[in-house]
Design a protein around this ligand. Structure first.
Ligand code: ACO
Length: 359
């Protein structure tokens, strides 16, 4: 038995390929780090859903479809307003996604586009409700990533900020059979519907070992505070047997290519020198100490470490880190649901019984 199904092939996919030892991530044949720099969110979403980058006409059709789907019905805003105070934001997003796209029919590409376009609008409305602020309707002239920032703040974002966020969102769109994508495929395999698969995936992503790390990375950076305090703080955690958030990955045993690309984007945006300097120093020190305390485990910076740095530099609140991850990953989840539904066998692994048997 392999705990956590580590190393077990549980599905075939043509959507993405990861070589964790070489630090390679490929979306439908294209290096993710390259498409993140050269293409828009909409283009890369099209790539993951269709298998090829769009031509001009296809892109403009997708942009129009997404613009339309961003105009979510009023009842979604009302639903979010009436959900109980204290309910986790991710659970609120799951509820809204399920309400937006109900039905038991076989998952469709139109639903994938609808959920992807609506998810940032939903996340922003949930965030603003938590802040006691009214929701902001999307801006007709802005693209996916810029609209997300606009519906969060009510201000048209700086180009550099929208671009940094877009790169992050592209780099976290898809990542093979991670826990939330696996959850989505398992749900799809029962011939359940698209929104159920996506809301289940949101529940899986909510856990701190999967999508919850950036918030904890920021807490870690804030607690460390200065370059001088870095080594002592990290050493104390490791001496205590604790894990350093933003380091280690189930798949990558070398540098996570998404972390490398995001570090470049962070340097380009370069808003907050203190945080960027501190993050770079913490990264270097942590990798050295992880090799000292956990030799041979191949523990390096993961995407969440630099995601935290990017989001801090564009001023996204820490509470929005995991919801933003869900906003991006909706593309990957929906692509996998479509692939699963297209050639389906229900998932039904076995468990080894370790209890007693009474006669
Ligand atoms: N800090 C300290 N030690 C670590 C860390 C870490 N961040 N990550 C792994 N280790 C150690 C473990 O304690 C273990 O040590 P042992 O051999 O002495 O028992 C060894 O490395 C292997 O650990 P596993 O949990 O088996 O490694 P796995 O590859 O399954 O873990 C995981 C991956 C869960 C991401 C882990 O590295 C971790 O907990 N990291 C911190 C949380 C985090 O950053 N999560 C975000 C992941 S990225 C994402 O979800 C998109």
């Amino acid at each position: 038995m392999q705990r956590g199904l580590k190393g077990i092939v549980a599905a075939e996919t043509a959507i993405s390929f990861i070589d964790g030892n070489a630090g390679v991530l490929v979306y439908r044949g294209h290096p993710a780090a390259k498409v993140a720099v050269q293409h828009s969110f909409e283009e890369v979403a099209y790539l993951l859903w269709h298998g090829a980058l769009p031509g001009a006409a296809e892109l403009s059709a997708l942009q129009a479809e997404m613009r339309q789907a961003r105009q979510v019905p009023d009842f979604i805003y009302t639903l979010i307003e009436t959900l109980p105070q204290g309910l986790d934001m991710m659970n609120q997003m799951a509820a809204a996604a399920t309400a937006l796209c109900p039905g038991q029919e076989k998952p469709t590409l139109a639903q994938a586009v609808q959920l992807t376009a609506a998810m940032p609008v939903i996340a922003a409305a949930v965030y603003r409700k938590e802040q006691g602020l009214p929701a902001i309707r999307p801006h007709a002239a802005l693209g996916h990533a810029a609209n997300y920032l606009y519906t969060l703040t009510g201000e048209v974002p700086q180009e550099a900020h929208a671009r940094a966020l877009e790169a992050y969102m592209i780099l976290t769109m898809e990542h093979g059979l991670n826990a939330s994508t696996f959850t989505a495929r398992v749900i799809a395999s029962t011939e359940s519907d698209m929104a159920s698969a996506v809301s289940g995936a949101i529940g899986a992503l909510k856990g701190p070992l999967h999508g919850g790390a950036p918030t904890e990375v920021i807490t870690m950076l804030e607690e460390i505070g200065t370059v001088e305090r870095t080594e002592g703080w990290l050493r104390a955690r490791l001496e205590n047997g604790e894990r350093l958030m933003g380091f280690g990955h189930r798949v990558y045993k070398t540098k996570d290519p998404r972390a490398v690309a995001l570090r470049q984007v962070t340097e380009q945006v370069g808003q907050d020198d203190h945080w960027l300097r501190l993050a770079a120093h913490v990264e270097q020190t942590a990798i050295r100490l992880l090799e000292e305390y956990k030799p041979g485990r191949g523990l390096y910076t993961n995407v969440e470490f630099y995601a935290a740095a990017v989001m801090r530099s564009i001023g996204l609140p820490a509470s929005m880190f995991t919801p933003t991850f869900a906003v991006s990953r909706t593309v990957g989840w929906t692509a996998h649901v479509l692939e699963q539904a297209g050639d389906n066998t229900i998932f039904r692994p076995e468990a080894r019984y370790t209890g007693v048997i009474y006669s």
